[in-house]
Design a protein around this ligand. Structure first.
Ligand SMILES: Cc1ncc(COP(=O)(O)O)c(C=O)c1O
Length: 403
């Protein structure tokens, strides 16, 4: 019980109006609840400051443009890039599709290979399959270690100069396994491959510095970082972005349009066709301010301690099988012997405990684990030992119901 006793709450629950007393929200990996400063920023964006960006000559539009571009600088500072390397997109899914289309679609040739891993989210599999089918490229998957991490020794053994791109989750959305991203980047670069990191589950849980990781592309979604839905980020090394063709055509992404020849804006504008999610960007800025006020190191320590407490507590229940590594970042997948995860989640809901059950958009991982689905508890800044205790008590009730 020492870990349970040592786990101090961050004491921010009061910032989250959509988490009523007694409700245990353990589904932050799918989407985080929103703190008051983010809700206020969105409200102010629409109720006071609203105007379209980039084209207006009137003051309000100029001010909104400044706010939009300030958010780009804020995102760049947050992950260690430069502002011209930040592309605003709808989310990680769109970011990966953009790189698959505009980088891989241009650079890869028949016979080239793409290297993924067995634990990837479908968003980091299907976009590569779409482009691979079109070009005639093969996809390989790195296996996992026994405790559910991407096996980098296996990666080093299987990568070849035919691999032009490696795309890996920085943190697994199912197991919480943390990738040694710098080592993965070194292995990718040793054969001249580029590496994209899917940072969806990492950015809300730990400090990220894209330069220190030495990656080529990094993607994440705002809504998992306590920000709004519909806004996300693609970071790419500028020399790569600069050489990539547009992903979508439309307003804002052009330099000059004529029927004879159209030329495009430099990156990142070239990749932001159409009216962007202006207030989403403002909300994302507020979300980054919010997590940085708490501190990503503190958030990481807090969630890691909750994982330890959860694994310790659930391992006292005989019928529970835990998946993933002990040092998972904020996510615990488990199964209750003889009970379908959907039944586990439904019964937990009766006790006001909200978890996720299913394949978590990671069907190849389910296959590797030899299960059709898992139950998953995932933590956020508002999570506490009370949530862990409610989860454990709910699972004990499940085991009583199913005998
Ligand atoms: C690891 C990972 N990658 C990609 C995604 C896709 O994110 P979005 O649906 O916000 O584009 C998710 C969402 O669950 C995720 O957890």
């Amino acid at each position: 019980m020492s870990v349970l006793a040592d786990t101090k709450p961050l004491d921010v629950l009061a910032d989250f109006p959509a988490i009523p007393a007694g409700w245990h929200y353990l589904d932050s990996a799918v989407s985080a609840q929103k703190p008051r400063p983010v809700i206020d920023a969105i409200e102010q964006g629409y109720a006071q400051d609203y105007a379209a960006v980039h084209r207006g000559v009137y003051q309000r539009s100029a001010d909104m443009t400044l706010a939009y571009e300030a958010a780009r600088r804020r995102v760049a500072d947050f992950i260690g890039g430069s502002e011209r390397e930040i592309v605003f997109v709808r989310g990680a899914t769109e970011a990966i599709n953009l790189v698959a289309h505009s980088w891989a679609g241009e650079q890869l040739k028949p016979g080239d290979r793409i290297l993924l891993s067995q634990l990837e989210h479908h968003s980091n599999i299907v976009p590569w399959q779409l482009v691979a089918e079109k070009i005639g490229v093969e996809i390989d998957a790195i296996p996992l270690t026994d405790d559910g991490k991407i096996d980098l020794d296996a990666m080093a053994a299987m990568i070849t100069p035919a691999h032009k791109l490696v795309a890996l989750a920085h943190v697994s959305n199912v197991l919480g396994s943390v990738l040694d991203a710098k080592r993965a980047a070194d292995i990718a670069h040793s054969v001249g491959a580029k590496i994209l990191l899917d940072g969806c589950q990492a950015v809300p849980r730990m400090p990220v510095d894209v330069r220190a990781l030495d990656c080529d592309f990094y993607v994440f979604s705002g809504h998992k970082l306590y920000g709004p839905t519909g806004i996300g980020v693609l970071w790419g090394r500028y020399d790569l972005l600069d050489a990539m063709p547009p992903y979508q055509g439309g307003g804002s992404m052009i330099d000059r349009v004529s029927f004879a020849k159209t030329t495009y804006a430099p990156a990142p504008g070239r990749f932001e066709a159409g009216t962007p999610h202006i207030v989403g960007v403002v909300g994302l800025h507020a979300a980054i301010d919010y997590v940085e006020r708490i501190g990503l190191e503190r958030i990481h320590a807090h969630e890691t301690a909750l994982v330890t407490a959860t694994r310790e507590r659930l391992s006292q229940i005989n019928s529970v099988r835990l998946f993933g590594p002990a040092d998972s970042a904020g996510i615990v997948s488990f199964a209750v012997e003889g009970v379908h995860p959907h039944d586990v989640a439904t019964i937990l809901d009766e006790s006001q405990v909200a978890i996720r059950a299913g394949h978590h958009c990671a069907q190849p991982l389910m296959e590797a684990l030899g299960v059709p689905a898992t139950a998953r508890a995932s933590f956020g800044v508002y999570s506490s030992l009370a949530d862990v205790e409610a989860l454990a008590a709910g699972i004990e009730r499940v085991t009583r119901i199913f005998g």
